[in-house]
Design a protein around this ligand. Structure first.
Ligand SMILES: [Zn+2]
Length: 313
Protein backbone atom coordinates (compact mmCIF):
# COMPACT_ATOMS: atom_id res chain seq x y z
CA UNK A 1 0.00 0.00 0.00
CA UNK A 2 1.61 3.29 -1.06
CA UNK A 3 1.67 6.14 1.43
CA UNK A 4 2.13 3.90 4.47
CA UNK A 5 5.88 3.38 4.08
CA UNK A 6 6.86 6.60 5.80
CA UNK A 7 4.48 6.02 8.69
CA UNK A 8 5.70 2.44 9.16
CA UNK A 9 9.25 3.76 9.51
CA UNK A 10 8.14 6.27 12.13
CA UNK A 11 6.10 3.72 14.07
CA UNK A 12 8.92 1.13 13.95
CA UNK A 13 11.40 3.63 15.35
CA UNK A 14 9.00 4.78 18.07
CA UNK A 15 8.30 1.19 19.06
CA UNK A 16 12.01 0.30 19.11
CA UNK A 17 12.69 3.20 21.45
CA UNK A 18 9.86 2.04 23.70
CA UNK A 19 8.02 5.30 23.12
CA UNK A 20 4.91 4.05 21.38
CA UNK A 21 1.81 5.32 23.14
CA UNK A 22 -0.52 2.67 24.56
CA UNK A 23 -3.29 4.24 22.45
CA UNK A 24 -2.56 4.96 18.79
CA UNK A 25 -5.12 6.57 16.52
CA UNK A 26 -4.55 6.09 12.78
CA UNK A 27 -6.38 8.72 10.78
CA UNK A 28 -6.80 8.56 7.01
CA UNK A 29 -9.24 8.59 4.14
CA UNK A 30 -10.94 5.39 3.08
CA UNK A 31 -8.65 3.37 0.84
CA UNK A 32 -5.41 4.72 2.33
CA UNK A 33 -4.76 1.45 4.18
CA UNK A 34 -5.76 2.25 7.77
CA UNK A 35 -6.81 -1.30 8.64
CA UNK A 36 -3.72 -2.85 7.03
CA UNK A 37 -1.53 -0.47 8.97
CA UNK A 38 -3.35 -1.26 12.24
CA UNK A 39 -2.79 -4.98 11.68
CA UNK A 40 0.83 -4.37 10.71
CA UNK A 41 1.32 -2.42 13.96
CA UNK A 42 -0.28 -5.20 16.04
CA UNK A 43 2.26 -7.60 14.49
CA UNK A 44 5.09 -5.16 15.15
CA UNK A 45 4.06 -4.97 18.82
CA UNK A 46 3.78 -8.72 19.40
CA UNK A 47 6.34 -10.23 16.96
CA UNK A 48 9.49 -11.51 18.62
CA UNK A 49 11.77 -11.51 15.58
CA UNK A 50 14.62 -9.10 15.14
CA UNK A 51 13.00 -7.14 12.31
CA UNK A 52 9.53 -6.59 13.65
CA UNK A 53 7.13 -7.47 12.18
CA UNK A 54 8.79 -10.32 10.30
CA UNK A 55 5.49 -11.37 8.72
CA UNK A 56 6.40 -15.05 8.78
CA UNK A 57 6.57 -16.21 12.44
CA UNK A 58 3.61 -17.90 14.07
CA UNK A 59 2.63 -14.67 15.87
CA UNK A 60 2.56 -12.66 12.63
CA UNK A 61 0.71 -15.39 10.79
CA UNK A 62 -1.91 -15.77 13.50
CA UNK A 63 -2.53 -12.03 13.49
CA UNK A 64 -2.74 -12.03 9.71
CA UNK A 65 -5.35 -14.80 9.86
CA UNK A 66 -7.20 -13.07 12.67
CA UNK A 67 -6.79 -15.97 15.08
CA UNK A 68 -4.27 -14.64 17.57
CA UNK A 69 -5.91 -14.88 21.01
CA UNK A 70 -4.34 -11.61 22.17
CA UNK A 71 -5.40 -9.47 19.24
CA UNK A 72 -9.04 -8.50 19.07
CA UNK A 73 -10.63 -6.51 16.29
CA UNK A 74 -13.80 -4.51 16.86
CA UNK A 75 -15.86 -2.28 14.55
CA UNK A 76 -15.23 -1.79 10.85
CA UNK A 77 -18.46 -3.46 9.85
CA UNK A 78 -20.99 -0.76 9.28
CA UNK A 79 -22.02 2.84 8.94
CA UNK A 80 -22.64 5.65 11.39
CA UNK A 81 -23.51 4.60 14.94
CA UNK A 82 -22.92 0.94 14.12
CA UNK A 83 -20.25 0.58 16.81
CA UNK A 84 -22.16 0.02 20.03
CA UNK A 85 -21.49 0.30 23.73
CA UNK A 86 -21.91 -3.49 24.09
CA UNK A 87 -18.63 -3.99 22.25
CA UNK A 88 -16.89 -1.51 24.56
CA UNK A 89 -18.30 -3.42 27.56
CA UNK A 90 -16.80 -6.57 26.09
CA UNK A 91 -13.42 -4.84 25.91
CA UNK A 92 -13.72 -3.54 29.47
CA UNK A 93 -14.44 -7.03 30.75
CA UNK A 94 -11.56 -8.76 29.00
CA UNK A 95 -8.93 -6.05 29.26
CA UNK A 96 -7.92 -6.90 32.84
CA UNK A 97 -7.41 -10.59 32.07
CA UNK A 98 -3.78 -11.50 31.45
CA UNK A 99 -2.71 -12.10 27.84
CA UNK A 100 -2.91 -15.70 26.60
CA UNK A 101 0.24 -16.28 24.56
CA UNK A 102 2.01 -12.97 24.25
CA UNK A 103 3.13 -10.45 26.79
CA UNK A 104 0.64 -7.89 25.60
CA UNK A 105 -2.91 -7.68 24.32
CA UNK A 106 -3.81 -5.51 21.37
CA UNK A 107 -7.28 -4.12 20.82
CA UNK A 108 -7.85 -2.89 17.27
CA UNK A 109 -10.89 -0.62 17.01
CA UNK A 110 -11.77 0.17 13.40
CA UNK A 111 -13.69 3.23 12.18
CA UNK A 112 -14.21 4.66 15.64
CA UNK A 113 -16.17 7.57 14.13
CA UNK A 114 -18.97 5.01 13.89
CA UNK A 115 -19.01 4.65 17.68
CA UNK A 116 -22.04 6.09 19.35
CA UNK A 117 -21.12 8.93 21.78
CA UNK A 118 -22.08 6.58 24.65
CA UNK A 119 -19.64 3.99 23.34
CA UNK A 120 -16.88 6.62 23.00
CA UNK A 121 -17.52 7.80 26.55
CA UNK A 122 -17.47 4.25 27.86
CA UNK A 123 -14.11 3.70 26.18
CA UNK A 124 -12.45 6.73 27.79
CA UNK A 125 -11.54 5.10 31.10
CA UNK A 126 -9.90 2.13 29.40
CA UNK A 127 -7.98 4.44 27.09
CA UNK A 128 -6.82 6.58 29.97
CA UNK A 129 -5.74 3.96 32.45
CA UNK A 130 -5.35 0.63 30.74
CA UNK A 131 -3.48 -2.22 32.44
CA UNK A 132 0.19 -2.28 31.46
CA UNK A 133 -0.34 -5.27 29.16
CA UNK A 134 -3.02 -3.59 27.01
CA UNK A 135 -2.62 -1.54 23.87
CA UNK A 136 -5.14 0.15 21.67
CA UNK A 137 -4.96 0.83 17.94
CA UNK A 138 -7.86 2.94 16.71
CA UNK A 139 -8.61 3.96 13.14
CA UNK A 140 -10.83 6.74 11.85
CA UNK A 141 -11.39 8.76 8.72
CA UNK A 142 -11.19 12.14 10.38
CA UNK A 143 -10.32 12.91 13.97
CA UNK A 144 -12.74 15.83 14.01
CA UNK A 145 -15.63 13.38 14.13
CA UNK A 146 -14.43 12.03 17.50
CA UNK A 147 -14.83 13.29 21.05
CA UNK A 148 -11.92 15.55 22.04
CA UNK A 149 -11.35 13.35 25.06
CA UNK A 150 -10.68 10.34 22.82
CA UNK A 151 -8.16 12.30 20.76
CA UNK A 152 -6.36 13.71 23.77
CA UNK A 153 -5.81 10.21 25.17
CA UNK A 154 -4.30 8.90 21.93
CA UNK A 155 -1.32 9.66 19.75
CA UNK A 156 -2.64 10.49 16.30
CA UNK A 157 -0.81 9.39 13.14
CA UNK A 158 -2.21 10.63 9.85
CA UNK A 159 -2.00 8.53 6.71
CA UNK A 160 -1.54 10.86 3.79
CA UNK A 161 -3.16 9.71 0.56
CA UNK A 162 -0.52 8.67 -1.97
CA UNK A 163 0.37 11.06 -4.76
CA UNK A 164 -1.06 10.23 -8.16
CA UNK A 165 2.36 8.97 -9.28
CA UNK A 166 2.62 6.66 -6.24
CA UNK A 167 -0.91 5.44 -6.88
CA UNK A 168 -0.15 4.69 -10.57
CA UNK A 169 3.08 2.91 -9.68
CA UNK A 170 1.34 0.78 -7.04
CA UNK A 171 -1.43 -0.09 -9.49
CA UNK A 172 1.10 -1.30 -12.04
CA UNK A 173 2.84 -3.35 -9.38
CA UNK A 174 -0.44 -5.02 -8.42
CA UNK A 175 -1.88 -5.29 -11.92
CA UNK A 176 1.03 -5.74 -14.37
CA UNK A 177 -1.48 -5.97 -17.24
CA UNK A 178 -2.09 -2.21 -16.95
CA UNK A 179 -0.01 -0.04 -19.26
CA UNK A 180 1.62 3.06 -17.82
CA UNK A 181 -0.97 5.32 -19.41
CA UNK A 182 -3.90 3.15 -18.31
CA UNK A 183 -2.59 3.04 -14.75
CA UNK A 184 -2.40 6.84 -14.80
CA UNK A 185 -5.96 7.08 -16.11
CA UNK A 186 -7.18 4.68 -13.41
CA UNK A 187 -5.39 6.62 -10.75
CA UNK A 188 -6.95 9.90 -11.95
CA UNK A 189 -10.39 8.30 -12.30
CA UNK A 190 -10.31 7.34 -8.60
CA UNK A 191 -8.82 10.60 -7.36
CA UNK A 192 -5.46 8.97 -6.56
CA UNK A 193 -7.12 6.65 -4.02
CA UNK A 194 -5.22 3.40 -4.42
CA UNK A 195 -7.65 1.30 -2.36
CA UNK A 196 -10.65 2.44 -4.40
CA UNK A 197 -8.80 2.19 -7.72
CA UNK A 198 -7.54 -1.34 -7.12
CA UNK A 199 -10.94 -2.45 -5.82
CA UNK A 200 -12.54 -0.95 -8.94
CA UNK A 201 -10.07 -2.66 -11.24
CA UNK A 202 -10.50 -6.05 -9.53
CA UNK A 203 -14.26 -5.71 -9.75
CA UNK A 204 -14.12 -5.02 -13.48
CA UNK A 205 -14.78 -1.27 -13.72
CA UNK A 206 -12.02 -1.05 -16.36
CA UNK A 207 -14.38 -0.83 -19.33
CA UNK A 208 -16.33 1.98 -17.67
CA UNK A 209 -13.20 3.89 -16.68
CA UNK A 210 -11.67 3.65 -20.15
CA UNK A 211 -14.95 4.67 -21.76
CA UNK A 212 -15.01 7.75 -19.51
CA UNK A 213 -11.40 8.50 -20.49
CA UNK A 214 -12.13 8.35 -24.20
CA UNK A 215 -15.40 10.29 -23.97
CA UNK A 216 -13.91 13.76 -24.73
CA UNK A 217 -12.05 12.38 -27.75
CA UNK A 218 -15.13 10.60 -29.14
CA UNK A 219 -17.18 13.78 -28.86
CA UNK A 220 -14.51 15.94 -30.42
CA UNK A 221 -14.67 13.61 -33.40
CA UNK A 222 -18.44 14.16 -33.51
CA UNK A 223 -19.16 10.57 -32.49
CA UNK A 224 -21.78 11.11 -29.82
CA UNK A 225 -23.75 8.18 -31.27
CA UNK A 226 -20.76 5.90 -30.55
CA UNK A 227 -20.72 7.17 -26.98
CA UNK A 228 -24.46 6.55 -26.59
CA UNK A 229 -24.10 3.02 -27.98
CA UNK A 230 -21.13 2.20 -25.75
CA UNK A 231 -22.89 3.62 -22.72
CA UNK A 232 -25.90 1.42 -23.28
CA UNK A 233 -23.64 -1.60 -23.83
CA UNK A 234 -21.37 -1.03 -20.84
CA UNK A 235 -23.62 0.68 -18.32
CA UNK A 236 -26.60 -1.61 -18.03
CA UNK A 237 -27.51 -0.66 -14.48
CA UNK A 238 -27.91 2.61 -12.65
CA UNK A 239 -24.93 1.66 -10.49
CA UNK A 240 -22.76 1.22 -13.63
CA UNK A 241 -23.92 4.54 -15.01
CA UNK A 242 -23.31 6.33 -11.70
CA UNK A 243 -19.84 4.81 -11.69
CA UNK A 244 -19.30 6.18 -15.20
CA UNK A 245 -20.42 9.66 -14.11
CA UNK A 246 -18.09 9.66 -11.06
CA UNK A 247 -15.08 8.55 -13.08
CA UNK A 248 -15.81 11.02 -15.88
CA UNK A 249 -16.13 13.80 -13.30
CA UNK A 250 -12.74 12.94 -11.77
CA UNK A 251 -11.00 12.53 -15.13
CA UNK A 252 -12.26 15.74 -16.72
CA UNK A 253 -11.89 17.72 -13.46
CA UNK A 254 -8.31 16.63 -12.82
CA UNK A 255 -7.17 16.90 -16.44
CA UNK A 256 -8.80 20.33 -16.74
CA UNK A 257 -6.95 21.59 -13.67
CA UNK A 258 -3.63 20.08 -14.76
CA UNK A 259 -4.08 21.46 -18.24
CA UNK A 260 -4.62 24.94 -16.75
CA UNK A 261 -1.35 24.50 -14.85
CA UNK A 262 0.42 23.69 -18.12
CA UNK A 263 0.93 19.99 -17.34
CA UNK A 264 0.48 17.22 -19.87
CA UNK A 265 -2.54 15.04 -19.24
CA UNK A 266 -3.54 11.60 -20.53
CA UNK A 267 -6.93 13.02 -21.60
CA UNK A 268 -7.21 16.36 -23.40
CA UNK A 269 -9.71 18.58 -21.57
CA UNK A 270 -9.63 22.36 -21.22
CA UNK A 271 -10.57 23.95 -17.89
CA UNK A 272 -13.77 25.37 -19.44
CA UNK A 273 -14.76 21.98 -20.80
CA UNK A 274 -14.16 20.50 -17.35
CA UNK A 275 -16.46 23.01 -15.66
CA UNK A 276 -19.24 22.54 -18.20
CA UNK A 277 -18.89 18.77 -17.97
CA UNK A 278 -19.23 18.84 -14.20
CA UNK A 279 -22.47 20.85 -14.48
CA UNK A 280 -23.91 18.28 -16.88
CA UNK A 281 -22.79 15.40 -14.69
CA UNK A 282 -24.57 16.94 -11.68
CA UNK A 283 -27.78 17.06 -13.72
CA UNK A 284 -27.17 13.50 -14.85
CA UNK A 285 -26.83 12.35 -11.25
CA UNK A 286 -30.16 13.97 -10.40
CA UNK A 287 -31.80 12.29 -13.37
CA UNK A 288 -30.50 8.91 -12.16
CA UNK A 289 -32.11 9.52 -8.77
CA UNK A 290 -35.38 10.59 -10.37
CA UNK A 291 -36.16 7.21 -11.88
CA UNK A 292 -35.99 8.35 -15.52
CA UNK A 293 -35.25 5.59 -18.03
CA UNK A 294 -31.56 4.82 -18.07
CA UNK A 295 -31.47 4.64 -21.85
CA UNK A 296 -32.96 8.13 -22.09
CA UNK A 297 -30.47 9.59 -19.60
CA UNK A 298 -27.58 8.00 -21.47
CA UNK A 299 -28.58 9.47 -24.81
CA UNK A 300 -29.37 12.81 -23.15
CA UNK A 301 -25.88 12.82 -21.61
CA UNK A 302 -24.20 12.06 -24.96
CA UNK A 303 -26.09 14.95 -26.57
CA UNK A 304 -25.34 17.44 -23.80
CA UNK A 305 -21.66 16.51 -23.64
CA UNK A 306 -21.29 16.69 -27.40
CA UNK A 307 -22.24 20.39 -27.13
CA UNK A 308 -19.33 20.87 -24.72
CA UNK A 309 -16.74 19.02 -26.77
CA UNK A 310 -18.23 19.20 -30.26
CA UNK A 311 -16.26 21.07 -32.91
CA UNK A 312 -13.10 21.29 -30.78
CA UNK A 313 -11.05 19.31 -33.24
ZN1 LIG B 1 6.81 -12.10 13.27
Amino acid sequence: MPGTKELKRTLSATLREGLLSHAVLIEGEKGTGRKNLAIWLAKAILCKSENRPCGSCSVCRKIENNNHPDVEIFGGGGGARSFHIDEVREIKESIWLAPNESEQKVYILLDVENMTPEAQNALLKSLEEPPAHARFILTCENRRSLLDTIISRSTVYTLEPPTREECSAALRENFPELSEKDAEIFSIAYGGNFGAASKGFSEGTGEIVFLAAKTPELLKKGESYVLAAELSAKCKTRADFSEFLERLLNITGRCGIDRAAGKTTPVRVTPTEAVKTSEIIERGKLAVLQNCSLELIESWLSMELSRVFGGNL
